[in-house]
Design a protein around this ligand. Sequence first.
Ligand SMILES: *Cc1c(COP(=O)(O)O)cnc(C)c1O
Length: 381
Amino acid sequence: MTMPFIPYGQHRIDEEDIEAVVRVLRGEWLTQGPAIAEFESALSTICEVPHAVAVSSGTAALHCAFAAAGIIQGDEVITTPLTFSATAAAVAYCGGTPVFADIDARTYCLDSREVEKKITARTKAIVPVDFAGHPADYSALRAIADKYGLLLIADSCHALGAKYQGRPVGTYADMTILSFHPVKHIATGEGGAVLTLHDRFVEPLRVFRHHGIVKMPEQGGWYYEIERLGNNYRLTDIQAALGLSQLKKLDRFVERRREIAALYNRAFAPHEVVTTPYEASDVRSSYHLYLATLDVERIGKSRREIFDALREQGIGVQVHYTPLHLQPYYAKTYGYKPGDFPRAEAYYERAITLPLFPHLQDADVHRVTNVLLNQVSYATA
Ligand SMILES: *Cc1c(COP(=O)(O)O)cnc(C)c1O
């Protein structure tokens, strides 16, 4: 008998979500209507920030944020190589240069000491990623940003619902990026948002979302001007209604993710060859991903062999991510090479992402741990 395939992540849609979407479909607005404002207001309440600007994806949100931050040709933005391509690509969309700095070996987030070494006269912003749902080291990063007059822009696409020193995502950085892709904490199909603490970014974000259009009604009801190019990064009301409905379940989703992470942690605790994710004492991770790292030397198998064996047995493992400096585009364009970020590379050689999503059952978790422990166990026996 073949067991059903368990993906690494999956959205959870219920009848209430479906009703919310249908209500929009029966109404007057499909895009940029009242649901957008409601969704933005709910996001800013939950994240305890004054402003949220909803856009069509996390990638769009990054592009809007860098544009609003004034990133242009020649500017440098320091970020981690251990992220999804969009974090660095959005810097390049603005003409800026992504500059990588190595990670902390425990949290897999940007190491603030490495960041400081990369600062030049052209540096404009620091962009930490709350890797796997664990907030980056914000007090250290804030101190560096303030010391050098840089913006702190958080890619928190993994971390909606997380807390750092008791405060929610959105409150640590000048701007904070969220994604509502179906594998993330809440789903809108595609969708994203920029949260900001500062009034001055709100208008530029909204203008960039809508083609760079600045309306000037005093010059006529039709009249607008475009001083800088924007894009069509609008979220639809259909998506915003889904997002609003999903947000109501965020606490439950995060609670269940943490429960599952604890189940995995307990199962792997006796096995030294599996390192479970670290959670700093002043942090509450929202566990977008469950990352185990494998002591491949002691196990005597490559990560590839273990990965393939799990996939063959219906466990949808993943690897997040190949460090960006090893991707041909970034290597060629910016001259990076293997060995440049040894901690990110060491992590990458050993990492495996296990299934984690709110409706994953305890029995599924046990199946995953059994299959993985079978693969690594002869080394520990
Ligand atoms: C998902 C993700 C993005 C991009 O979000 P999309 O909504 O897929 O465009 C950016 N950065 C990180 C770290 C992500 O995980």
